[in-house]
Design a binder for this molecule. Structure first.
Ligand SMILES: [Ca+2]
Length: 298
């Protein structure tokens, strides 16, 4: 991560400066060339936000580029599969296209650096295209990363990270649900069950294509090795007046290491799976709208 690199570079620089009394180039976006002219830092990073105001994607239809995404959501230096031609602003929303197949390679895995905080919430809306085929399921929407994050069926037993995302998932041959998909220090860890957990086994049944849904996610860090973190996830069909609770946990332990307790990034994942062909499905689109993120405490 960029901040880590700066820290290491700074530490090395300080060491040499102390030992050899040489000067060090500062991590300044405006640097002076030998002839005195200013030059632009070639690795200039995007801003890192603590609040992302409501995005409603009202611009005329056009491809939504990684640069545009970074301008709206902040530093996205970890995003490595933003795929040209697959993300568009369409009809007042953000459309993410899935290719035929499964895994993150057929979809989107993005992540934005946000200002480290102990308390964050977010809200957004999503809609599956009316022609979408749900198949087995996958990840969708924005989520939170705590510390160094956690994913890919790796239980964070070292206490260096955690994560909160949502999945859509088959519940019968013809029905699907939205479920939490959460990694945290105290999550189950057995050979048969070590991928993202649904901590309270709650789900939102009767998922429909072509309908907008609203999501709310609130995460508070735990302290030290205490079970005092918080997770709340709510969902409703946008036409409904009442929310359904997907998680409401006042005593979750995300990590046992105080140094990794803060929320550090927001994720934005849209892909089928899973990592085997049982998750495969045809090409299709998922739409997003009305996203905002708020830091509630540093
Ligand atoms: Ca909109």
């Amino acid at each position: 991560m960029k901040r880590t690199k700066f820290t290491q570079k700074g530490a090395v620089c300080l060491l040499f400066a102390t030992a050899l009394l040489v000067s060090c180039e500062k991590d300044n976006p405006l640097q002076t060339t030998t002839n005195g002219d200013y030059k632009i830092d070639p690795v200039r990073s995007n801003a890192i936000f603590s609040n992302i105001p409501l995005k409603t994607f009202t611009a005329a239809n056009h491809e939504y580029t990684a640069a545009e995404y970074a301008a709206d959501f902040g530093d996205n230096s970890k995003t490595d599969n933003w795929r040209g031609g697959k993300q568009w602003i369409i009809d007042n929303s953000l459309r993410v296209h899935l290719d035929d197949g499964y895994s993150y390679t057929n979809g989107l895995v993005a992540s934005n650096n946000v200002s480290d905080g102990t308390d964050y919430d977010m809200s957004y809306s999503f809609k599956f295209d009316p022609a979408f085929t749900f198949s087995e399921g996958g990840k969708l929407g924005w989520g939170f990363e705590i510390g160094d994050g956690a994913s890919a069926c790796n239980v964070p037993t070292a206490g260096h990270g955690a994560s909160v995302r949502l999945m859509w998932k088959r519940t019968s041959t013809t029905t699907h649900a939205i479920k939490p998909y959460v990694y945290y220090f105290d999550m189950p860890n057995t050979p048969a069950y070590h991928c993202g957990d649904n901590p309270q086994s709650k789900q939102f049944d009767g998922l429909e294509k072509g309908a907008w849904y609203n999501v709310y996610i609130h995460v508070t860090s735990n302290t030290y090795s205490n079970r005092n973190g918080y997770l709340k996830i709510l969902i409703k069909k946008s036409t409904a007046t009442t929310w359904t609770e997907l998680a409401n946990i006042p005593d979750i332990r995300w990590t046992n290491d105080h140094n990794y307790r803060k929320i550090t990034r927001i994720s934005f994942d849209t892909f089928r799976g899973g990592d085997d062909t049982s998750w495969s499905g045809p090409a299709g689109d998922i739409f997003y709208d009305d996203v905002k993120v708020n830091q509630l405490a540093p």
